[in-house]
Design a binder for this molecule. Structure first.
Ligand code: GUN
Ligand code: FE
Length: 420
C-alpha cells in the first residue's frame, strides 16, 4: 500500500463559512485516498515517509465547474461587447479554429499545464463542436493530471454559417462518435453539452435528453445569463414560462445537471433548481465582463441551492481560481451595497468553500479533507511575505500571493505538479 503524508499548515473547508486549520499537521492518504488530518502522526504511519513542507499552507485544490477550453487563446481580450455580440464577434471565429487538430493540441496542452500549475484539479469544461479536438483536449487534460468532465459542444443553429456550424444530423452522429471514443479515458469523462438554447434545435435537445437518460450522462449548459439571451429564449420557446423549462422539457434537468451563470433566475426558477438538485455555477468575472449582471448567490445559498464557482474563461478573465474567489466576494459586495444591504455578502471562508468543497461535491466528494476523498491538494508557500497568524495567512493567500506560490499539487492521489 502506498502512503502519502504531507506535513504543514493544513487548511480545509468542512462546511460553508468554516475553515479548519491544523498547524504543523499531517494530511495522510493511503493509495491516493485520504484517511485523515492529524495534529500528531498516528503510530501506524511511524515508519512511512513524510513530505515536510515546513510552514507552507496545504489546501484543498480547486474545482472549476465552468470554463471554455477553446476560448483560452482570447483570455484577457474582447472586453468591449455584451454577451451575444461577444459570441458572434470574438468567440465563434476563435472556436472555429479548432477544426485544426494541431492548433487544438498546442492550445490544449498549454491550458492543461497551466490549470495544474494553478491548483485546479477538477473541471466541468466546454470544448468546441469539433469531435477530434475534443478528444485531444481530453487526452491533454488526462496527461497533465486534471480530472472531471469535458463536453463536445452541440450547436446546430444560430452559429456562424460557413465558419462554425454543424447540421442537426452531424450534431447527433458526431456526439455518438465522440462518446464511442471516450471509453479510454480514466480521469476525464464525457458530459453532454448543449451550448445554450439559442444554439440547439429541439431535435438535438430531444436526442441529448434521451442520451442522458439512457446512459446516465451528466449535462452542462448556460442558464438565464443575460437579458438579450433570455428574451431570445422566450421567443424560441413560447410554450415555456421560464428558461429552465426549456431544458426540463427535454429531460436535461436533474441532479447531474450543471448550469452556468443563473444571474437572472427568480424565486421560481431557483426553486426548480433546488428541487431537481441542479448545481449552479457562479461565474462572477464573466458576469461583469460581458455585461450580464451580479447573481443572487447569497439568496441561492439561503434557499438551499447547490452553488459552485467557475472561471468561465474567456468571458471570465481569470483562470486562477484564487482570483475567482476574490471576484465572487467582490460581486457579492456589489449586490449587498446596491441591494440596500439586506443580505450579507460572501465571506472569505464562504468563497473558499464554494471554489473547493462545493465544486468537489459534484464529483461525489465529502466537504473538506474528509476521509474517503481522493487526495486533491495544493502546497502553497507564503514565506516571502511578512509573517502573520495562520488564519490571516489563509485570507492573505487568496487576495495576495507570493510569486510561484503553488509549490506542489496532488490530483486524485497523484502528485501532478512540483514547482522548479
Ligand atoms: N452562452 C453561450 N455560449 C457562451 C459562452 O461561450 N460564454 C458565455 N459566457 N456564455 C455563453
Ligand atoms: Fe460559459
Amino acid at each position: 500500500m502506498a502512503v502519502t503524508i504531507l506535513k504543514g499548515t493544513i487548511v480545509s473547508a468542512p462546511t460553508l463559512g468554516q475553515v479548519d486549520i491544523v498547524e504543523h499537521g499531517y494530511l495522510v492518504a493511503e493509495d491516493g485516498v485520504i484517511t485523515g488530518v492529524f495534529s500528531s502522526l498516528p503510530e501506524r504511519y511511524a515508519s512511512a515517509d513524510v513530505e515536510d513542507w515546513g510552514e507552507a499552507l496545504i489546501l484543498q485544490s480547486f474545482a472549476d465547474l465552468h470554463l471554455h477550453a477553446p476560448q483560452y487563446p482570447m483570455l484577457g481580450t474582447g472586453m468591449d461587447l455584451p454577451l451575444l455580440d461577444w459570441l458572434n464577434t470574438y468567440t465563434f471565429p476563435l472556436e472555429a479554429r479548432f477544426a485544426d487538430t494541431d492548433y487544438a493540441r498546442e492550445v490544449y496542452r498549454a491550458l492543461a499545464k497551466e490549470l495544474i500549475s494553478l491548483g485546479t484539479t477538477r473541471v466541468c469544461m466546454f470544448s468546441s463542436l469539433h469531435t477530434d479536438a475534443t478528444l485531444i483536449l481530453m487526452e491533454e487534460l488526462e496527461k497533465a493530471g486534471v480530472t472531471g468532465y469535458v463536453g463536445k459542444v452541440n450547436m446546430d443553429r444560430n452559429a456562424a454559417p460557413g465558419v462554425l456550424e454543424e447540421t442537426t444530423e452531424e450534431s447527433i452522429s458526431e456526439t455518438l462518435r465522440w462518446l464511442e471514443a471516450c471509453g479510454d479515458f480514466k480521469y476525464i469523462k464525457p458530459m453532454l453539452t448543449p451550448r445554450f438554447i439559442p444554439s440547439c434545435t429541439d431535435e438535438v435537445m430531444a436526442f441529448l435528453g434521451k442520451l442522458a437518460a439512457e446512459r446516465g450522462l451528466p449535462i452542462q449548459s448556460h442558464l438565464s445569463e443575460n437579458d438579450k439571451e433570455i428574451e431570445w429564449v422566450r421567443e424560441l420557446h413560447p410554450d415555456c414560462t421560464q428558461y429552465w423549462e426549456t431544458y426540463a422539457k427535454f429531460g436535461l434537468w436533474n441532479d447531474r445537471t450543471v448550469m452556468a451563470h443563473c444571474v437572472w433566475s427568480d424565486e421560481r426558477e431557483r426553486a426548480a433548481m433546488r428541487d431537481a438538485g441542479v448545481t449552479v455555477v457562479h461565474c462572477a468575472d464573466s458576469n461583469v465582463n460581458v455585461c450580464s449582471g451580479t447573481a443572487p448567490i447569497r439568496t441561492m445559498l439561503n434557499e438551499g441551492l447547490k452553488v459552485a464557482l467557475g472561471s468561465d474563461i474567456a468571458g471570465g478573465d481569470h483562470l486562477n481560481m484564487f482570483d475567482v474567489v476574490t471576484s465572487s466576494i467582490r460581486a457579492s459586495k456589489i449586490r449587498y451595497m446596491e441591494g440596500g444591504k439586506q443580505t450579507p455578502f460572501l465571506t472569505v471562508p464562504e468563497g473558499w468553500y464554494l471554489a473547493t468543497s462545493a465544486g468537489a461535491a459534484f464529483f461525489g466528494e465529502t466537504p473538506g479533507f474528509a476521509p474517503g476523498n481522493p487526495l486533491h491538494a495544493i502546497v502553497l508557500a507564503d514565506d516571502a511575505l511578512p509573517p502573520l497568524p495562520a488564519v490571516s495567512r489563509f485570507e492573505r493567500c487568496i487576495y495576495r500571493r507570493q510569486k510561484n506560490a503553488v509549490r506542489a499539487v496532488w490530483s486524485a492521489g497523484r502528485k501532478v505538479y512540483a514547482a522548479e
